[in-house]
Design a protein around this ligand. Structure first.
Ligand code: FES
Length: 118
């Protein structure tokens, strides 16, 4: 079901906007004029991702810098480990586990952004 989420003009290229649709918290992202929708809560520890940085299609969490692909929600990297453990970080450390984000199809039409939610 397509749900109107925002106006295109509200989200500049490289920008993000948090919205709540049908009880789901979502971040809308504008990557070079194409819009994407991913889960708002970081897959590491739930930080609000619209407060992070969007560089191309990579969304970086503001809290511990895990990174996600906004096109798919895939977790590209986990949180940055605290120093001095960073020199000997164990990828199996549960504190570094990061799940991917839910992602939904988006359509921009008539100046509005619609998210396709099941
Ligand atoms: S809450 Fe996002 S990296 Fe920790």
């Amino acid at each position: 079901m397509l749900i109107k989420a925002a106006l295109e003009a509200e989200i500049a290229p490289g920008g993000m906007k948090a919205v709540t649709l049908n009880g789901r918290e979502i971040v809308l992202c504008n990557y070079e004029g194409t819009f994407y929708a991913v889960e708002r809560a970081c897959g590491h520890s739930g930080a609000r991702l619209e407060r992070g940085a969007l560089t191309g299609w990579v969304l970086t969490c503001p809290l511990h810098y895990a990174q996600f692909d906004i096109r798919t929600g895939e977790a590209l990297s986990g949180p940055a480990p605290k120093a001095p453990a960073s020199r000997h970080a164990d990828p199996a450390d549960p504190a570094l586990k990061t799940r991917g984000l839910a992602a939904w199809p988006v359509r921009a039409e008539g100046g509005a952004v619609y998210v396709d939610l099941p």
